[in-house]
Design a protein around this ligand. Structure first.
Ligand SMILES: *[C@@H]1O[C@H](CO)[C@@H](O)[C@H](O)[C@H]1NC(C)=O
Ligand SMILES: *[C@@H]1O[C@H](CO)[C@@H](O)[C@H](O)[C@H]1NC(C)=O
Ligand SMILES: *[C@@H]1O[C@H](CO)[C@@H](O)[C@H](O)[C@H]1NC(C)=O
Ligand SMILES: *[C@@H]1O[C@H](CO)[C@@H](O)[C@H](O)[C@H]1NC(C)=O
Ligand SMILES: *[C@@H]1O[C@H](CO)[C@@H](O)[C@H](O)[C@H]1NC(C)=O
Ligand SMILES: *[C@@H]1O[C@H](CO)[C@@H](O)[C@H](O)[C@H]1NC(C)=O
Ligand SMILES: *[C@@H]1O[C@H](CO)[C@@H](O)[C@H](O)[C@H]1NC(C)=O
Ligand SMILES: *[C@@H]1O[C@H](CO)[C@@H](O)[C@H](O)[C@H]1NC(C)=O
Ligand SMILES: *[C@@H]1O[C@H](CO)[C@@H](O)[C@H](O)[C@H]1NC(C)=O
Ligand SMILES: *[C@@H]1O[C@H](CO)[C@@H](O)[C@H](O)[C@H]1NC(C)=O
Ligand SMILES: [Zn+2]
Length: 777
């Protein structure tokens, strides 16, 4: 079957159906075998899949595999069941043979109805949910204050309004930014203008500038600095250092950067991988040129002399590329524990840097002997030796550029136009995103617990958390019970794998404390926002966030803190973090088509159940398997288990590498997407087992005669309905660690026998290949 996959290039099998589609006599034979109620279903879903010359064998197979369709199932008549029934049916294209291409079968109708908007490169069920979320948040942010509401609500209202007020933003011009540059001692490229400060290399103070940028403005440069929960004592915090991000095309507003956290779908409108490619990859020279021009244009708009800007920015991009190269040459290879003295290697005075940066409340302050987790010893060692010999003017230009680049989206329309020009050049978008959407996203990102509170009060029902926890419990149990029959993991390793599954922290919906006005307001007590200072609001927010995180160094870890650092409640996504071995399922994901309390369980297990399984499986994918239950990066399996894992992962890599996106005629990168694919495959199996093993018979939906098994797989598949432009297809292939929607469906279902049985897909059909890749099953 490997051959078949290869020869057909496993392309979306739109034309080349495996079997004849012409109606045959089979239906009449089947009538005698199954109850009349099944006929309609058979005609649309099974019959076309069966070859004439194979009737006897197929009938046996049907009898063996086909679960009897219960004639006495009740029909769910709640409003949600009607709404969902309509959605299921209208999303499908029942003219497609489900065994030829289940994605087209499940999503043909949805895809027909949706076109990619001008400012996007793809559209999906997720992007629709996100658009809908933006609409909801807009209403909430524009609402008038009411008595008794948390007083912190004014922060989000003011910030949203200040963002919408482009007249005031235009009037202020570049001044809010140039004031900051002046206060930092000037940006060298700006020369003798006030914001250039007549910069003088002999008085350059690296540690002082670094401390101001990182501590006050929250900009990560050269080395990424943070505080985390100390894995050796989970009640304490510890300093950490790691590689920086190279998100060169900062095409949108800076989003919270989370290292080592996997998201269900790609959250970002740029990616670290793309940034590194633009800096290093020969085939990205057009984008690199655009990036250079962008820097020059911004500098000139801020008052730089064009000739100086060209020279300085050319040096800057070379500096940044060298640094990106050092990250690539020295990838992650384990964590060491250093002191500040050791990590600075007598080149950089880290102790002084932290002393300048940490808030006074950190008591006692740090000394040379302060411990720091060094996540990237080889990178940091090599970049330190390299930076010693770099020119101060280039260093200063680069460091301040990192701030400028993050602040551009908060400037006036002249700067936004330069940014848009750059976006066009790197083919990110075609038309600018509506201003209000930018404003909603920014406010929701920055003040996520305020927006989260507004959201859950209005759109979230309490018992959802309890019911989701029940699903988590059942899916986790299913994962563990599969270990018993797993034939490749060594018996000795099964215990630790089960322990890791049990040790996973799960946060669902929202953190409890946001419902308490006193606590919510206390969280934001030190933060203000006015309705006419968009730039300043962001500046204040950055300082508050950065100083707040650093101030925790000597404080005890608060419950519920770690997981909610992944994102807020009003986020349509789900996350797994290996370092804390935890899963976050935000409130905004807990809505149809993922979950609804009135829907039959097969819908919820095909939806949120698979997502939960997906996140659990991340703990055991190609990267998750390297972290033990405490989040320690270590080898904790027998070598035989690791070898067997790698062999099974390779099967997945090869399978997905054969898939081709018709929009661009290019195949997926199976290596880049393996972790997500392993998670999709495992999640689907775990949730299926949890559902079929635990849930008593569920009602049908009005007008849909499918079996529960069929509904489960249909529910999963319809999460991934999506349409791509050619640019969107290129972007997902090049930069996303997730497979594109069509293959999240096709890949996982091809490997799943329960799917083939539910839809009676003949062995050897596109959706039921002989070769099945399985890692966790
Ligand atoms: C449904 O699929 C059939 C067969 O591939 C195709 O001809 C038709 O255009 C599709 N209809 C829709 C609405 O996509
Ligand atoms: C934006 O600010 C710059 C610099 O202050 C100014 O020259 C420009 O006219 C402003 N643009 C608009 C649209 O007001
Ligand atoms: C830079 O500062 C040093 C020391 O203050 C001074 O001697 C030198 O003249 C300055 N250079 C320029 C170009 O201003
Ligand atoms: C994590 O690993 C470190 C170093 O290998 C070790 O000192 C520490 O005890 C481990 N922590 C836990 C919680 O196992
Ligand atoms: C963890 O740190 C706390 C606070 O410093 C201390 O009381 C506790 O004993 C430590 N626990 C361990 C296991 O070291
Ligand atoms: C990266 O570093 C290697 C080794 O020093 C060097 O050969 C290569 O040219 C560098 N690449 C870039 C793009 O700087
Ligand atoms: C540079 O990285 C290499 C491995 O990639 C490592 O062996 C070496 O010690 C590093 N250099 C420094 C100064 O840390
Ligand atoms: C980007 O867009 C330009 C037109 O603006 C087009 O010529 C080019 O082929 C596109 N590049 C990529 C990589 O899609
Ligand atoms: C809200 O939090 C405050 C401060 O922690 C506490 O005193 C109060 O009892 C809480 N209110 C409720 C309703 O839980
Ligand atoms: C897609 O690429 C393959 C080989 O890479 C080529 O044979 C085929 O003609 C291409 N198809 C289209 C539609 O461009
Ligand atoms: Zn994932």
């Amino acid at each position: 079957m490997k051959d078949k996959l290869t020869t057909s290039k496993a392309q979306l099998a739109r034309e080349d159906s495996v079997v004849s589609k012409s109606p045959s006599k089979i239906p009449f034979i089947l009538v005698g075998i199954f109850a009349a109620v099944t006929i309609a279903l058979m005609i649309t879903t099974i019959v076309f899949a069966v070859q004439k010359n194979d009737i006897a064998a197929k009938l046996d197979e049907l009898k063996a595999n086909k679960p009897p369709v219960p004639v006495d199932r009740e029909t769910c008549t709640t409003k949600q069941c009607y709404d969902s029934a309509y959605a299921y049916l209208s999303n499908m294209n029942q003219s497609v043979n489900p065994c030829d291409n289940f994605f087209e079968y499940a999503c043909g109708g949805w895809n027909q109805r949706h076109t990619v908007p001008e400012d996007q490169i793809k559209v999906s069920v997720f992007s629709s949910l996100r658009d809908d979320l933006k609409d909801k948040l807009k209403v909430l942010f524009e609402r008038s204050p009411i008595a008794g509401e948390p007083s912190s609500y004014h922060i989000i209202r003011n910030d949203y309004q200040s963002c919408e007020d482009l007249d005031t933003i235009n009037e202020l011009g570049a001044k809010p930014l140039t004031d900051v540059l002046t206060s930092l001692g000037g940006w060298p490229v700006l020369g003798s203008t006030p914001a250039g400060g007549n910069w003088n290399a002999t008085t350059f103070d690296f540690e002082k500038l670094w401390a101001a940028l990182r501590g006050t403005h929250g900009v990560q440069i050269i080395v990424y600095i943070d505080t985390v929960t100390d894995p050796n004592n989970k009640t304490k915090h510890k300093l950490t250092a790691s590689t920086p991000f190279f998100v060169v095309p900062k095409v949108g507003i800076e989003k919270t950067q989370l290292r080592g956290v996997k998201t269900l779908i790609d959250e970002r409108d740029y990616s670290e991988e793309l940034g590194i490619k633009i800096l290093l990859d020969e085939s990205y020279s057009k984008e690199r040129k655009a990036y250079l021009q962008y820097m020059i244009d911004i500098a000139v708009a801020l008052g730089a002399d064009e000739t100086v800007a060209k020279e300085d920015m050319k040096n800057l991009i070379e500096f940044e590329s060298n640094m990106a190269n050092i990250t690539v040459l020295h990838p992650y290879s384990g964590t060491t524990e250093n002191t500040l003295k050791e990590i600075g290697m007598d080149v950089i005075d880290w102790t002084r840097f932290f002393q300048l940066m940490l808030p006074a409340s950190v008591d006692p302050g740090v000394t040379d002997d302060e411990p720091i987790f060094n996540y990237s010893p080889n990178y940091i060692g090599n970049v330190t030796m390299w930076i010693k010999d770099q020119d101060n003017r280039v260093k200063a230009n680069y460091m301040i550029w990192c701030l400028v680049s993050e602040m551009v989206p908060f400037l006036n329309e002249t700067f936004l136009a330069i940014q848009h020009e750059y976006q066009l050049e790197v083919n990110k978008t075609m038309s600018p995103t509506a201003r209000w959407k930018t404003c909603v996203n920014n406010a929701n990102d920055q003040y996520m617990f305020i927006s989260g509170r507004m959201y859950v009060d209005e759109h979230f029902t309490e018992d959802t958390i309890q019911k989701t926890l029940e699903i988590v419990h059942n899916v986790r149990t299913a994962f563990k019970s599969m270990l018993k029959t797993n034939d490749w993991l060594q018996e000795e390793d099964k215990g630790v794998v089960a322990e890791k599954a049990d040790a996973m922290d799960i946060a669902i919906g929202y953190p409890e404390w946001i419902k308490n006005n006193t606590k919510l307001d206390a969280k934001y007590a030190d933060l203000t926002a006015t309705d006419d200072e968009y730039f300043q609001n962001n500046l204040r927010y950055r300082e508050w966030l950065s100083q707040g995180a650093l101030a925790r160094l000597r404080e005890e870890v608060k419950d519920d803190y770690s997981l909610w650092s992944f994102g807020g409640p009003a986020v349509v996504n789900a996350m797994y973090g290996a370092a804390i071995n935890g899963i976050l399922i935000p409130a905004a994901l807990l809505q149809p088509p993922f979950y609804h309390k009135d829907l039959p369980w097969y819908s919820n297990y095909g939806g949120i159940g698979v997502i939960i399984g997906h996140e659990i499986t991340h703990g055991f994918d190609n990267s998750g398997r390297r972290f033990d239950k405490d989040g320690n990066y270590t080898v904790w399996w027998r070598q035989e288990s690791i070898d067997n894992f790698l062999e099974r992962a390779q099967c997945i890599i090869d399978q997905y590498s054969e898939f081709i996106m018709p929009e661009t005629n290019r195949s997926l990168n199976g290596g880049q997407t393996q972790g997500e694919n392993i998670a999709d495959n495992g999640g689907l199996r775990e949730s299926y087992k949890a559902n079929m093993g635990n849930i008593p018979k569920q009602p049908r939906l009005p007008g849909i005669d499918f079996t529960e098994e069929q509904m489960f797989f249909l529910s999963y598949s319809q999460l991934w309905c999506s349409v791509f432009t050619p640019e969107g297809a290129d972007d997902v292939i090049d930069n996303d660690v997730h497979s594109p929607g069509p293959y999240r469906v096709i890949g996982a279902l091809q490997n799943n026998e329960a799917f083939s049985a539910a839809f009676n897909c003949p062995a050897g059909s596109y959706m039921n290949p002989d070769l099945k890749c399985k890692v966790w099953y």
